[in-house]
Design a binder for this molecule. Structure first.
Ligand SMILES: C[S@@+](CC[C@H](N)C(=O)[O-])C[C@H]1O[C@@H](n2cnc3c(N)ncnc32)[C@H](O)[C@@H]1O
Length: 252
């Protein structure tokens, strides 16, 4: 079966634009935060993730797909640069030793890459025995019904929503026990509605910042993503999981 693809992304450009004061003003309306996100994580969801992961001083956290320059600048601004390393790597081949981290988090990263199992397996490899992992992901909720829905998906984000199987299966196959699964599609749809409203309200300033063509493309992509989520083609979920220890897995 052919995987259903979404629209391609230019993350370098997205991150650059997300830092502009106008975009951060919009981000505050949409997500309640203004760090220059390119995921759909709301401030409330980020705070809940920190609580579920039990983040306290002294634990080693691996945040994947945070945006290299943004993460480095933010760590420096928050005075965390002596405790925080930022490096470029492929999530599917992590440059860390086995059992290196207590907590792992990634927001809307798996839906932006095709090697999802490889990344989840790498997360398991670098996780310590008592580690916890939380991630959000946008996925295909059902097969598209005909060419119209297939085209809608192609105009929508993210680029790789099709995991080929349910994430419970992917987690199981990569040695994770799923502890919690939270459907946040309603919040995702609401965020896009606010984004569309706020973008229309600031149209002239956005056109000045982005140019007419980029503005129109972004709006088209958001409207398509909104339509795809609203009609049940795309969903956004949060997964919370623990690594399965080799002894529980039995002989391989
Ligand atoms: C939708 S953005 C999410 C950004 C960020 N997590 C946030 O909350 O704003 C997806 C991120 O996944 C990263 N990404 C895509 N493919 C990747 C891969 N193979 N390995 C690691 N990161 C990847 C992109 O560079 C981008 O930073």
């Amino acid at each position: 079966m052919v995987a259903c693809a979404g629209a391609a992304c230019n993350f370098a450009r997205d991150y650059e634009i997300a830092q502009e004061p106008l975009m951060r003003e919009i981000e505050r309306c949409v997500r309640g935060s203004d760090y220059g996100a390119t995921s759909w994580t709301t401030r409330e969801q980020a705070e809940q993730a920190a609580a579920r992961l039990g983040l306290v001083r002294g634990l080693r956290l691996l945040e994947l797909g945070a945006g290299l320059r943004i993460a480095r600048e933010r760590a420096a601004r928050d005075g965390l640069d002596s405790r925080c390393s930022v490096l470029a790597a492929d999530g599917a081949t992590l440059p860390f030793a086995d059992h290196s981290f207590d907590c792992i988090h990634h927001a809307d990263v798996l839906c932006c890459m095709d090697r999802k199992r490889e990344m989840l397996r790498e997360c398991w490899r670098v996780a310590r025995a008592a580690a916890r992992m939380e991630f959000s992901v946008i996925s295909l909720a059902r097969e598209p019904d005909g060419d119209g829905e297939r085209r809608l998906l192609q105009r929508s984000g993210p680029p790789y929503p099709d995991a080929g199987a349910d994430y419970t299966i992917l987690l199981e196959e990569t040695h994770w026990t799923m502890h919690e699964r939270i459907d946040v599609t309603a919040e995702f749809v609401r965020c896009m509605e606010v984004l569309l409203e706020e973008s229309h309200a600031r149209r002239s300033m956005l056109v000045e910042l982005l140019g007419e063509e980029d503005y129109a493309e972004r709006l088209e992509r958001r409207s398509s993503t909104h339509a795809a989520a609203a009609c049940g083609l795309l969903r956004r979920e949060i997964f919370f999981a623990y690594p399965i220890q080799p002894i529980e897995r039995g002989p391989s």
